[in-house]
Design a protein around this ligand. Structure first.
Ligand code: HPA
Ligand code: ZN
Length: 326
């Protein structure tokens, strides 16, 4: 259709993608055999059929189990390279990639293996595909503060490869305040900060992310609409939200796409962006997210173009580069 073609041609930046969430069943199956790591599935079809989630936690359980097939630097390279090829197909010119070191270090994989594999693919992505990128290291919020401090310490010899720290995993019961001191330390090391907040958790968690963690962006943030004062702050301070529509449907944050509040947020003047979150698990890469949102909410071409423009404005590229893209 015309709107699909428009979306496909639109130059986009992606700001909310977990690299472990781009692990397609085919690669998971292949790596499970190569590395002799057992997964509870007999075939690629069986893996796909298992992707039915009721909430964030039911997804995370499967997502962490799947990530266990990643062992060598080459595995992390291949995972990242496969995602970059999807970026090319989706006309993503710039991507800011999350990764979760603790998912790997806590099962005995060296911190350096993970970051070196991902980083090498990102460098090749720039040189061979022309896709620019930044890497964001996320802390798993269900783990404790000390574990996050250990992870930050491991990152200290790789600061040239990381632009920011983030916060992901099980939101409810693990407020941003739990990581105030870790984020303060990360900032003292020259890193920017972002955090998942207001996906399943309340607006209070978005306030904490802003006031305590000093974040540049809120990841998800769809529950901000419940708090009028918060919406005003997000608008006046131009704090971007990285929204992941297909993720929100698959994890039952909204019952169906026609009930998603994306258009409402956009119309209020928030700097909202469309992203894929965990594309191998949620049914599509960034274009699929744009398409399904556009169709369900009747987004106009102007609204789609604004969403794409927002993605560059909200990115961590330099102001000079932003002028080129916008
Ligand atoms: N929320 C929290 N943690 C995550 C997500 C998410 O959407 N995706 C991968 N880890
Ligand atoms: Zn996410």
């Amino acid at each position: 259709s015309e709107i699909r073609d428009f979306i496909k041609k639109l130059p986009k930046a992606e700001l909310h993608i977990h690299i472990e969430g781009s692990l397609e069943p085919e690669l998971m199956f292949k790596l499970s055999k190569k590395n002799a790591i057992e997964i509870p599935f007999k075939s690629v079809e069986e893996i796909r059929l298992a992707y039915k989630f009721n909430n964030l936690q039911s997804f995370l359980d499967i997502y962490y189990a799947g990530a266990a097939v990643l062992i060598t630097e080459e595995d992390f390279y291949d995972l990242t390279w496969a995602y970059l090829e999807r970026c090319k197909e989706n006309n993503v010119l710039h991507t800011e990639v999350f990764y979760d070191p603790q998912t790997h270090t806590n099962r005995g994989i060296d911190f350096d293996i993970v970051i070196n594999g991902i980083h090498r693919a990102l460098v090749d992505g720039k040189n061979k595909l022309g896709i620019s990128s930044k890497l964001i290291m996320c802390f798993l919020r269900h783990l404790d503060e000390a574990d996050a401090f250990t992870t930050l310490e491991q990152a200290s010899s790789h600061l040239d490869k990381i632009v920011a720290v983030g916060l992901d995993s099980s939101e409810i019961g693990h407020p941003p305040s739990k990581f105030e001191r870790v984020f303060e330390k990360a900032q003292s090391m020259g890193l920017l900060t972002v955090a998942h907040a207001g996906e399943e958790g309340p607006p209070a968690y978005i306030w904490e992310a802003l006031d305590l963690l000093k974040v540049s962006r809120i990841d998800h943030g769809v529950r901000a609409l419940e708090d009028e004062a918060l919406v005003t702050k997000l608008i006046t301070e131009k704090i971007p939200l990285t929204i992941c529509p297909l993720s929100n449907i698959k994890l039952c944050v909204f019952k169906k796409m026609s009930e998603h509040n994306y258009r409402k947020l956009l119309k209020k003047g928030l700097v909202v962006t469309i992203n894929s979150d965990d594309p191998a698990y949620f049914g599509g890469y960034i274009n699929q997210n744009y398409i399904e949102t556009a169709e369900a909410l009747s987004l106009s071409k102007e609204e789609l173009a604004l969403s794409a423009k927002n993605s560059f404005i909200a990115s961590f590229i330099s102001d000079e580069q932003k002028k080129i893209y916008c």
